[in-house]
Design a protein around this ligand. Structure first.
Ligand code: GLY
Length: 557
């Protein structure tokens, strides 16, 4: 959804010496919620106003989005929650989907040895969902309001309905994937009598499922009525997920990755996300490069950052995977000498061909539809949450009788080394399918501290483009002094090594594109890189920005 809203603009001084027009963020003194969808934002703010903390609000928002943003909000998928509480504790809750026990390395290869579409659509594309367990774990350890009350807005949005926005109506109508599966076509496309903007959308089956989860917790989803119906639907339709897979699913807490950039402390996503490793490695390359002297949006600075991305993605697609199954050389990929070698290999004037870039051995060495929300509560606790069903509307299948869409996260695995997945990522052996394994992710929920205090909360959807989006938002704030609204709305670019293409959003000048082509880049214009949701804490104010590429909403008090 790419509707650029008319936004108020004002002149602000920027450090690289000219005046740029900058739009205003939403400002609040105490607490802020930024999500991709207005009802979900309102549900989160209501919880905060009632004395709930950031985790309580994150739970309420997660379940509300599962109702109001069916393309990405979910209980049939998985994700990551990065938390930082005011006493300084941090944690990363990994509720990424897992491969079912019956999954196998070559399960998506056809008779000709090439990948089929089975990892993208239909029952066989789904990994074991993690969202409900993950939100429950976060709530049990860090929340304070009663669980059922946090699900109440979602239950009521599903049961009583909500008014469909223009963007949602357009998206539901346009989905050919939903049209392929009768239950999805009935619920989301009214069998062809498509929802119009302003019409009420009620989801009684989903309301029933959410109501059971409100009363019985995750036990219903993984062992109770929901689990039994989900497993029966799988058996009847050739899917792989069993009752046993559901029972055995657990969400896990991991240590967030930590690094420093120009005096700021960066807390970000560890494997099985590739995102945090990417942010820290790329910031390491950029820190001593002087790239920022060329100014935001200049061909010279874009070139340098794109070359940095190219090199990271070569390493990402080779080495990163689920650390519970594969030894992932994070320390080596972030090692100072390794990062310096990457920096030295960049020609500031010429693009390196991707065919000439392969992942350097790390020092000591022996994945569009996702959604992100950012929350800060009145105590300064922060939750940065990215969750997903992978593609828009996941695998297209609505769990029979349960009203929720299932993910197609299995496509984030390597179906065949060297062949691109639906996101165009060309991945390697480390990320091959194994029963129980989590597919490599690009989701990058991130929190930045300044002088030990909360400074920035950010994240984005967009498969591999997530990592570039989060990096650019951080660089726009830290290196180019933009306010958070401007940092989020600026046109973005992305390079992922293969294909050897510099993807650029509309909004860069033709001169800039020509200069980049002159440096040897294959430039392709694409219509949307990420949809960031960010909160900046500065001068006693919280600044919130939902990306103007979306119908999102920032709101606080
Ligand atoms: N499914 C998108 C990601 O996890 O990267």
């Amino acid at each position: 959804m790419r509707e650029i809203l008319a936004l108020g603009a004002l002149l602000v001084a920027v450090p690289w010496g000219f005046h740029a027009r900058a739009a205003e963020p939403v400002r609040a003194r105490h607490a802020m919620v930024v999500t991709r969808e207005a009802h979900a934002t309102d549900a989160g703010v209501a919880v905060l106003r009632a004395g709930g903390n950031a985790v309580d609000a994150a739970v309420a928002v997660g379940f509300a989005l599962a109702v109001t943003l069916p393309a990405a909000g979910n209980i049939g998928g998985g994700g990551f929650m990065l938390l930082r509480v005011t006493d300084g504790r941090t944690t990363f809750i990994d509720f990424r989907e897992r491969a079912p026990k019956k999954a196998s390395r070559d399960m998506y290869l056809g008779p000709d040895g090439n990948p089929t579409q089975d990892s993208e659509a239909g029952y066989r594309a789904a990994g074991v969902p993690g969202t409900v367990r993950g939100l429950e774990l976060a709530h049990r350890k860090y929340g304070k309001k009663p669980w059922a009350g946090l699900l109440a807005p979602a239950v009521s949005l599903a049961r009583d309905g909500f008014d469909v926005s223009y963007g949602l109506a357009r998206s539901l109508r346009a989905s050919r994937l939903l049209a392929r599966f009768p239950e999805s076509r009935r619920i989301f496309q009214r069998d062809g009598a498509y929802y119009e903007a302003g019409e009420r959308f009620r989801q009684p089956e989903l309301a029933g499922t959410l109501d059971r989860i409100a009363r019985s917790g995750a036990a219903d989803f993984y062992e109770g009525e929901t689990a039994r119906k989900l497993a029966a639907g799988m058996v009847a339709n050739g899917g792989l997920i069993t009752l046993e897979d559901l029972k055995q699913y657990s969400a896990v807490e991991r240590e967030p990755l930590r690094g420093r950039y120009r005096g700021y402390e960066i807390l970000t996503a560890p494997p099985p996300s590739s995102g945090g490793t990417g942010i820290l490695q790329m910031m390491g390359v950029l820190e001593k490069s002087g790239y920022e002297k060329h100014g935001a949006g200049s061909a010279a600075s874009i070139h340098f950052v794109a070359e940095t991305m190219r090199r990271f993605f070569a390493a990402r697609n080779t080495y990163l995977a689920d650390p519970d199954y594969v030894r992932v050389p994070v320390a080596g990929l972030l090692d100072k000498r390794y990062v310096a070698k990457l920096r030295e290999s960049i020609d500031p004037e010429r693009a390196t061909r991707s065919s000439e870039v392969s992942a350097l051995d790390p020092a000591g060495y022996e994945s569009s539809e996702t959604t992100h929300y950012s929350i800060v509560d009145a105590q300064g606790n922060a939750a940065s949450v990215t969750y997903t069903i992978n593609g828009g509307y996941g695998c297209g299948v609505t769990a029979p009788g349960l009203g929720f869409l299932l993910n197609n996260e299995m496509d984030d695995f390597t179906a065949k080394p060297g062949s691109p997945n639906a996101a165009g990522l060309v991945q390697g052996e480390a990320n091959a399918i194994q029963p129980g394994k989590r597919p490599l992710s690009s989701m990058t929920p991130t929190i930045v501290l300044r002088d030990g205090r909360l400074f920035l909360v950010a994240g984005s959807p967009g498969s591999g483009r997530i990592i570039s989006t989060v990096l650019e938002v951080l660089l726009n704030v830290i290196d180019f002094g933009m306010n958070v609204r401007d940092a989020v709305d600026r046109p973005r670019f992305h390079h992922q090594w293969k294909p050897d293409t510099l993807f650029m959003e509309p909004g860069f000048s033709p001169d800039t594109l020509a200069l980049l082509r002159g440096r040897g880049h294959n430039v392709e214009t694409v219509s949307g890189i990420g949809e960031a949701a960010a909160i900046l804490a500065e001068g006693g104010w919280l600044q919130g920005a939902a990306d103007s590429r979306s119908e999102g909403k920032a709101s606080g008090y």
